[in-house]
Design a protein around this ligand. Structure first.
Ligand code: NAD
Length: 506
C-alpha cells in the first residue's frame, strides 16, 4: 500500500438531523491535499438508505420551519454570517487544504458566499407578496410565495464553500428544508459551515449534508419527497440531472460548464487587458466556470501584442502551494485532472496550435508529488481544434485571432457554451453592440470575471444552464417558492343567485 492509498484515520461523514452520522455503506473515497498528493481523509459515500434518512429528517423538520416567521429565519442567517466571518480563516484553511487554491483566493470565494447569506437576511422583504384590493365588489386578491418542501443541492469541487451558499441559505430562508450533496473531493469546508449553521440556531433537520457520488445523487433525483433540485457542475452531468429530475416531476436548475471568451479590441488599453486576463485565465489554476480560457484578439497587431505581454507576465507568475499567499496559483484538484489538462496541452500541439508558453514539467520544490502545472499559452488556435471547443478547466489560455468585432462575436455565438464573456475596449458603441447582441448570460465590459453580485442572479445561456431560473439573487427566491394566488370576499353575507358565466370584473 503506497502512502497515497493508506487510511488516514480521519473520516468525513454525513450531517443529518443536527448531528454527524457515521456512514454505513462501507463505501468511501480518498480526499487529497493537491499540493502534496497526500491522502488527508476518507469521505463516506452514502448508500441510498442513508440519503433517504436525510430526506426523512428534512421532511420531518419542514412543517415547523415553514411555520417559523421569516424574520426569525432571517435572524439565523444573520448569526450565521457573523459566525462565518469570525471563523473565516479556518474555513479558508479547509478550502485550501482540499482544493489547493491560494488562501487569499479562498477568502474571496468565502466573501462572495457570505454575500448570499446577507441577501437571505432580507427574506422578509423578498417574500412580501402582491396585494390588490377590490378586484371585484368586496373582493380582494393577493399572491404569496410559499416554500416547496424538501429541496436538494448538488455542488462541484471548484467553489466548495461558495456554490453551496448560492443554494441552501436562500432555500431555507424561504421556509424549505434542504439536503446538500457536496463534491466528494473537498467536503470539509461544507461540513464545518453546516456546524456553524447549527450554532447559529438552525433547528435539526433543516439543513442536512450527505456525502457521496452518483448513488447518492440518484436518490435525490428520484425520491418523490424532494420537490426541487439545484445543480452546479459539468455540462454532461447537468444535462443528466435536468432530464432525470424533470422526468421525476421536480423543478430543476442545472448549471453546467463553460468556455468563456474575452475579446480584445484594437483600441483597448492592452496593458490593463493583459493584467485582467492573467487573473481571469490562471487564477485558481483556471478551475473557475467564469475563467477566461480564450482570448479573441481583433487584428493581428493586437494578437501579437497580447501574446508578447502575456508571455512576459507568465514568466513572473508564481506557482506553489495555496497556503503561501505569495503564490499566484496553486495546484490542480486531482492527479487525474492534472493528466487531463497536460493531455490537452499535448493535443494542442498535435492540432497545430503554437505553444508559446509551456507549463508542463513544472516542479515545485518540496512539493514534487503535488498536482502543479505552470500557466500554458497557445497562439494561433482555430475553432475546429478540440483545445478550443472543450472545457479544459486548467491554466491553459488559447489566443484566437479575428478580423473584426462581428467575427469575434460570431465565434462566441457559435460555441456550445454561453456562461460568461467580456470585451476590452474604449469604444462605447462597440461595447453597447456587444452587450446587446452576444448570446451569453453574463457579460463584462473591461471586467474579466463578470460574476453577478448576490442581489443579481447568476447563470449562463446555451449549454451552460438547463432550466429557466438562474442561481441566487432574485431568481432564487422564485426558484425556491411557489406562487399562490388567493381571491377572497369578506364579509360574505351578501346572498347572490347562481352565476353560470365566467366571472368578470364588474
Ligand atoms: P462534476 O459535474 O464532475 O460534479 C458535480 C457534482 O455532480 C458533484 O457533486 C459530483 O459528485 C456529482 N456527480 C459527478 N458525476 C455524477 C454522475 N455521473 N451522476 C450524478 N452526479 C454526479 O463537476 P466538478 O468536476 O465537480 O466541477 C467542475 C465543473 O463544474 C466544470 O465543468 C465547471 O465549469 C462547472 N461549474 C459550473 C458553474 C456554473 O455556475 N455554471 C460553477 C462552478 C463549476
Amino acid at each position: 500500500m503506497t502512502k497515497a492509498e493508506s487510511s488516514t484515520g480521519k473520516m468525513i461523514n454525513h450531517y443529518v438531523n443536527g448531528e454527524v452520522v457515521t456512514g454505513t455503506s462501507g463505501r468511501q473515497a480518498n480526499v487529497f491535499n493537491p499540493a502534496t498528493g497526500e491522502v488527508t481523509a476518507q469521505v463516506a459515500l452514502a448508500a441510498a438508505q442513508e440519503v433517504e434518512m436525510a430526506i426523512a429528517a428534512a421532511e420531518a423538520a419542514y412543517p415547523a420551519w415553514r411555520a417559523t416567521p421569516p424574520a426569525k429565519r432571517a435572524q439565523v442567517m444573520y448569526r450565521l454570517k457573523m459566525l462565518m466571518e469570525q471563523n473565516a480563516d479556518k474555513i479558508c484553511e479547509l478550502i485550501t487544504s482540499e482544493h489547493g487554491k491560494v488562501l487569499n483566493d479562498a477568502m474571496g470565494e468565502l466573501q462572495r458566499g457570505i454575500e448570499n447569506v446577507e441577501y437571505a437576511c432580507g427574506v422578509p422583504e423578498l417574500l412580501k407578496g402582491e396585494h390588490s384590493k377590490n378586484v371585484g365588489p368586496a373582493i380582494d386578491s393577493w399572491s404569496e410565495f410559499q416554500p416547496l418542501g424538501v429541496v436538494a443541492g448538488i455542488t462541484p469541487f471548484n467553489f466548495p464553500a461558495m456554490v453551496p451558499l448560492w443554494m441552501w441559505p436562500m432555500a431555507i430562508a424561504c421556509g424549505n428544508t434542504f439536503v446538500l450533496k457536496p463534491s466528494e473531493r473537498d467536503p470539509s469546508s461544507v461540513m464545518y459551515i453546516c456546524e456553524l449553521a447549527q450554532e447559529a440556531g438552525l433547528p435539526a433537520g433543516v439543513l442536512n449534508v450527505v456525502n457521496g457520488d452518483k448513488e447518492a445523487v440518484d436518490v435525490l433525483l428520484t425520491d418523490e419527497r424532494v420537490k426541487a433540485v439545484s445543480f452546479v457542475g459539468s455540462t454532461p452531468i447537468a444535462e443528466y440531472i435536468y432530464q432525470t429530475a424533470n422526468a421525476n416531476g421536480k423543478r430543476v436548475q442545472a448549471l453546467g460548464g463553460a468556455k468563456n471568451h474575452a475579446i480584445v479590441m484594437p483600441d483597448a488599453d492592452i496593458d490593463n487587458a493583459v493584467s485582467a486576463l492573467m487573473g481571469a485565465a490562471y487564477g485558481s489554476c483556471g478551475e473557475r466556470c467564469m475563467a477566461i480560457p480564450v482570448v479573441v484578439a481583433v487584428g493581428n497587431e493586437v494578437g501579437d501584442a497580447v501574446v508578447a505581454k502575456l508571455s512576459a507576465e507568465l514568466a513572473t507568475m508564481k506557482v506553489g502551494p495555496g497556503t503561501d499567499n505569495n503564490n499566484d496559483m496553486g495546484p490542480l484538484i486531482t492527479k487525474e485532472h492534472f493528466k487531463k489538462v497536460s493531455g490537452y496541452v499535448d493535443l494542442g500541439i498535435e492540432e497545430g496550435a503554437e505553444l508559446v508558453v509551456d507549463g508542463r514539467n513544472l516542479v515545485v520544490a518540496g512539493h514534487e508529488e503535488g498536482y502543479f502545472i505552470g500557466g500554458c499559452l497557445f497562439d494561433k488556435v482555430t475553432p475546429e481544434m478540440k483545445i478550443y471547443r472543450d472545457e479544459i478547466f486548467g491554466p491553459v489560455l488559447c489566443v484566437v485571432r479575428a478580423e473584426s468585432l462581428q467575427q469575434a462575436m460570431d465565434l462566441i455565438d457559435a460555441h456550445e457554451y454561453g456562461n460568461g464573456t467580456c470585451i476590452f475596449t474604449r469604444d462605447g458603441e462597440a461595447a453597447r453592440y456587444f452587450t446587446d447582441n452576444i448570446k451569453v448570460g453574463m457579460v463584462g465590459v473591461n471586467v474579466p470575471l463578470p460574476v453577478p453580485v448576490a442581489y443579481h442572479s447568476f447563470g449562463g445561456w446555451k449549454r451552460s444552464l438547463f432550466g429557466d431560473l438562474h442561481a441566487y439573487g432574485p431568481d432564487s427566491v422564485r426558484f425556491y417558492t411557489k406562487r399562490k394566488t388567493i381571491t377572497q370576499r369578506w364579509p360574505s353575507g351578501v346572498r347572490e343567485s347562481a352565476v353560470f358565466t365566467f366571472p368578470i370584473n364588474s
